[in-house]
Design a protein around this ligand. Structure first.
Ligand code: NAP
Length: 293
């Protein structure tokens, strides 16, 4: 039976650590950290995600300073809100919740976020910092995967890693982080031929394809560590990109869906916000150093 990489448990532990860091530095900073989640429109899934993020903020002592704009809000007005949040000294992190309603283009809006307040780590400057190995806020989902692997003591240096998916949100930064940790990384995508042949070379397999149950037992060599980033609503429940029932018996370790990567994504959003708050106030971030990829 595979070892379960329990994201829910690790996220709870990270929240406890963040709460302690905030409590200790609160007097020196003179204010709590602030995260602004900006939601435009009424996508129901986004509503759930935003509520989860705000609840997590409340648990650790981060102020939620987000706004909810109507779906018909013109781009200029969304930009004006982003600029106001950039200038607001109470805001340490800004997150533009995606997807945006039809008619709004995400690129220019994401680019308008102050890179120092980029809680999602998706600003072009911060992706460039990741590419160059410079410090900066990291994309939350792959940073969460790295934290899960490291905490479980999974060897990364020298490991043959395969990342399925090459999105800016997950696959590309994931591959860069694994490479920075000295894994030998192969990336697969929708044009990859004989996917199973490629994924079977992996000792460490990260799947972020957005295709329910794409990865079955035939894609996995026994003893592989499998990280399932995918998340899909199916038959009233949730499932991932990995056919968990078939892959779990042969994997050495595997993330569940739900309860694997999802909670870690939220935890790393909080980490990015608290680190930005510490930096703004000249406070040490050493207590969180092991979480910074
Ligand atoms: P995305 O932007 O749709 O990218 C999917 C990637 O997978 C693309 O690079 C695509 O290749 C590749 N792909 C699609 N079908 C494939 C196939 N049959 N074989 C191999 N590769 C294939 O998705 P994303 O934003 O990266 O998200 C991926 C999944 O992770 C989704 O289920 C999403 O909901 C989930 N997610 C979860 C979390 C979390 O916190 N748990 C966070 C973010 C995303 P091409 O580039 O060739 O099109």
């Amino acid at each position: 039976m595979a070892h379960v990489l329990d994201g829910r448990r690790l996220a709870a532990e990270i929240e406890r650590r963040l709460a302690a860091v905030i409590a200790e530095a609160l007097d020196a900073a003179g204010r709590a950290p602030g995260l602004a989640v900006l939601r435009v429109g009424d996508d129901p899934a986004s509503g759930v995600y935003v509520a989860n993020k705000e609840k997590a903020c409340a648990r650790v002592g981060i102020a939620s300073l987000g706004e909810h704009l109507a779906a018909a809000t013109p781009a200029e007005e969304v930009l004006a809100v982003i600029r106001r949040l950039n200038d607001d000294p109470a805001v340490d992190g800004i997150l533009l919740q995606l997807p945006l309603p039809a008619g709004l283009v995400e690129g220019p809006l994401l680019a308008a976020i102050d890179p120092g307040k980029d809680a999602d780590g998706l600003h072009t400057l911060n992706l460039g910092r990741l590419l160059k190995g410079e410090s900066g806020p990291r994309s939350c989902t792959p940073a969460g995967v790295m934290a899960l692997l490291r905490t479980a003591g999974i060897p990364i240096s020298g490991a043959r890693a395969v990342v399925v998916g090459r999105s800016i949100l997950v696959g590309k930064p994931m591959a860069l982080m694994l490479q920075a940790a000295d894994a030998t990384v192969t990336m697969a995508h929708s044009r990859t031929r004989q996917l199973a042949e490629v994924t079977r070379t992996a000792e460490l397999l990260v799947v972020a394809a957005g295709r329910p149950h794409l990865i079955g037992a035939e894609h996995v060599t026994p003893g592989t560590v499998v990280v399932d980033v995918g998340i899909h609503r199916r038959n009233g429940g949730l499932c991932g990109d990995v056919d968990h029932a078939r892959v779990e018996p042969i994997a050495a370790a595997i993330t569940p869906v739900p309860g694997g990567v999802g909670p870690m994504t939220v935890a790393m959003l909080l980490v990015n916000t608290v680190v930005a708050w510490c930096r703004r106030h000249g406070l040490a971030t050493t207590a969180l150093a092991d979480l910074l990829s």
